[in-house]
Design a binder for this molecule. Structure first.
Ligand SMILES: [Zn+2]
Length: 380
């Protein structure tokens, strides 16, 4: 595998990591898998070593990558340096986190709605991985890029569509903010997958046409017939689909139709949502307080918890209480960020229902506490 050194250098200056001097690494030596030059067939020789230190969930690793090249000066492959492919199974060459840590934090962020601060504290406590909030955000971004790439991987797609006879496609433009470029998204409705998305500066037919061509290429590569197209039927879609998929019916999206009819209701709903978000605030402050108490045992409102005392029932109950508070914060953040729901079940109504459930749960907990039950058991 070829490694572009300028990328390494660039990332190296972007993301330096200073390892504490007493870090204990497990040393692993990796060699280039092939032994012979692919161009001239001569034996490859080791020309350099790259030292790559990474965090994994099972402890820090020191990867010693033996770089190889073709020693024959006349061979066109001579200037190329080869790197062990096995390294990328553990971590990308310039990353400080192994794949297991990257997956761990992506799952905590997106499936459990943990805040960056919470992820940071848990990494430090459970795995002795100490990172800045910026570094964690960078890796969350990389996790998203990797996930997007995997969702588009031809092998993954072929497996997902193995038992689908024909696909149904939809195209829509989303404008994240007024005045910004529109993100055009092509989705497949049979498997409910986003196939791909492109930001386009205009909705001109020629630009949209590119996306429709791409959709056709994808369907052909999968070997699936396109049964139906759905859209809000703006001109560029109508013309483009007719040109690219002449035999395929193009239906008006029922959701768009309904949404147009329900516009006044949705406007009121959106107002209500803004009001609820304005009322339910201060999650970060609460989390910061709890996380600070976890790290600074003397900080109020949680009294001192020393390491050797950490098994005493009081300390355990306090740690449990802190987890309950963090879980509530995560649940509420999930509710406030949830924008799902169409005209028949507007997002604001869903938000009000969910916040009502949280409130009821808090009341149950408070009532149980008055009755003398342990808070950790009354989580619901
Ligand atoms: Zn060679």
């Amino acid at each position: 595998m070829l490694v572009a050194h300028h990328i390494l250098d660039k990332e190296g200056t972007l993301m330096p990591y200073r390892w504490p001097v007493d870090t204990e690494f497990t040393r692993i030596e990796l060699a280039v898998e092939e032994q012979w030059c692919r161009t001239c067939g001569g034996a490859l020789t080791i020309c350099d070593h790259r030292h790559h230190r990474v965090f994994t969930l099972t402890g820090p690793l020191h990867l010693v990558c033996k770089l190889a090249h073709c020693p024959t000066r006349a061979c066109p492959a001579h200037p190329q340096t080869l790197s062990p492919a096995a390294e990328t199974a553990i971590a990308m060459p310039w990353w400080v986190l192994g794949w297991d840590v990257v997956c761990w934090l992506g799952q905590r962020r997106f499936a459990r709605h943990w805040s960056v601060g919470q992820i940071r504290a848990e990494l430090a406590d459970m795995y002795q991985i100490r990172l800045s909030a910026d570094a964690i955000e960078t890796y969350i971004h990389r996790y998203q890029q990797m996930l997007a790439a995997r969702r588009q991987a031809p092998g993954q797609l072929a497996a997902a569509y193995a038992d689908v006879e024909a696909v149904r496609l939809a195209i829509d433009g989303l404008q994240p903010e007024k005045g910004h470029e529109t993100l055009y998204v092509v989705r497949e409705l049979e498997r409910k997958r986003v196939w791909f998305a492109e930001p386009l500066l205009s909705s001109a037919t020629t630009e949209v046409q590119q996306l429709l061509v791409q959709a056709r290429v994808w369907a052909e590569r999968l070997g699936k017939r396109v049964r139906l197209w759905m859209s809000d039927k703006q001109d560029a879609f109508v013309r483009g689909i007719a040109a690219e998929f002449p035999e395929v019916p193009h239906r008006y999206c029922a959701n768009h139709c309904l949404r147009d009819v329900a516009k006044p209701v949705l406007e009121a709903d959106s107002h209500a949502k803004v009001k609820m978000r304005r009322t339910v605030r201060g999650l970060r402050a609460i989390e910061r307080e709890v996380l600070a108490a976890q790290h600074d045992p003397d900080a109020p409102p949680f009294p001192a918890v020393q390491a050797e005392e950490s098994r005493c029932p009081q300390a355990q109950a306090e740690a449990g209480a802190r987890d309950v508070v963090l879980d509530y914060c995560a649940a509420v953040r999930g509710i406030l960020n949830d924008d799902q729901g169409g005209p028949l079940h507007p997002p604001g109504l869903r938000m009000a229902e969910a916040l009502g459930e949280v409130q009821a749960s808090l009341h149950r907990n408070l009532a149980a506490k008055k009755g003398g039950l342990l808070t950790t058991d009354s989580r619901s």
